[in-house]
Design a protein around this ligand. Sequence first.
Ligand SMILES: Nc1ncnc2c1ncn2[C@@H]1O[C@H](COP(=O)(O)OP(=O)(O)OP(=O)(O)O)[C@@H](O)[C@H]1O
Ligand code: SF4
Ligand SMILES: [Mg+2]
Length: 363
Amino acid sequence: MIRLVGIEKTYRVRGGKRGESVHALRGVDLDIPDGSAISIIGESGCGKSTLGRIIAGIEQPTSGTILCDGTDITKWNAGRRREFLRGIQMIHQDPYSALNPVRTIDEILMDVLRLHARESGKDSHWVDRHLPAILDLVGLDPGYVLPRYPHQLSGGMRQRIVIARALAVEPKVLVADEAVSMIDVSLRLGILGLLRRLRNDLGISVVFITHDLASARYIGDNSTVAVLYRGSVVEQGPSESVISQAPEHPYTQALLSSIPLLRGLEHKAAEQVVPTGILEEGNDDAGCLFAPRCPFATHECRQRRPSLDRISESGCATAPNPNTNLDPHPHTFRNAGTGGHRVACWHPTRRKVIPYRTDITGR
Ligand SMILES: Nc1ncnc2c1ncn2[C@@H]1O[C@H](COP(=O)(O)OP(=O)(O)OP(=O)(O)O)[C@@H](O)[C@H]1O
Ligand code: SF4
Ligand SMILES: [Mg+2]
């Protein structure tokens, strides 16, 4: 289990006024249990990639602690820390720029496999066995892909190669940062299904970073969603609850309200939450960070910042009736799944913003 506690990240603004900084993360707490799936969602600039890079060890937090099975990894020696970080692999948005264009897929994968075999004391037979095994896992034919260069493959195949390369080092965690956003819509479900299988079959944890709530719905059963707003987690809990049944934070509700409806396929939601203004960075008053845009902001909201420690009292144990959009059991759900459903809002209220239909979400 990896645990992030109070992670802060501040960047100096390049070319900005002296001392000007961006607060990319503001005290994020996040648990990544073994074999879990966590979606991190939020609009552009909210700190998703920064959080992903910190989880993967590519960047250091300005403050905060990262624990692995209860011990602080900064207290470990360099060798142990390197081994831990090798177990966390990042998959980026653009599979083309992630692959060396002048090397064949065979060379790209063999480089990583040989290095990993050397560092972890495996023999050359392991490399020979592992190459076809990882291609099989990602659903690619070795005879077709190995002799080819990245530009000779489709975007979906290239992203599968990037995932295969990550699997070459036998990771425990995959951090997928917008991993399907540059792929044709028709191929996205295949990649999401692959990530789901890797979790189910190999027990690999998946941290799925996206601004697209529709993708987050497909990342798997018993997954968790953390909604980031300006570097703070404002709502967190089981995916079914946060994005399919009972979102309680007005920002989560605004994100869900903005999903375009497929006319005739999805039910129109009963309510819409629309932010009252555009995102303005730099407004760091003492109150709720969403208050300048929140249609439900009160005087209290502008005075004090809510923390993510209020367990939601509401939610539901069964799906709402798709015909009426009304929840048949308004007060029966409580604290389901890892960590329960938490919301950072002084006035958490469930609103019917979800165009929910069971046959479309696959449940
Ligand atoms: N290396 C950097 N130097 C300065 N500022 C940075 C740096 N990286 C990120 N930031 C700033 O930190 C904030 C969070 O950025 P981040 O890339 O994590 O957001 P994001 O949620 O991933 O956005 P997107 O959806 O557009 O990818 C932004 O205001 C961004 O401009
Ligand atoms: S605390 Fe107030 S301003 Fe912030 S999200 Fe909740 S209702 Fe809106
Ligand atoms: Mg990003």
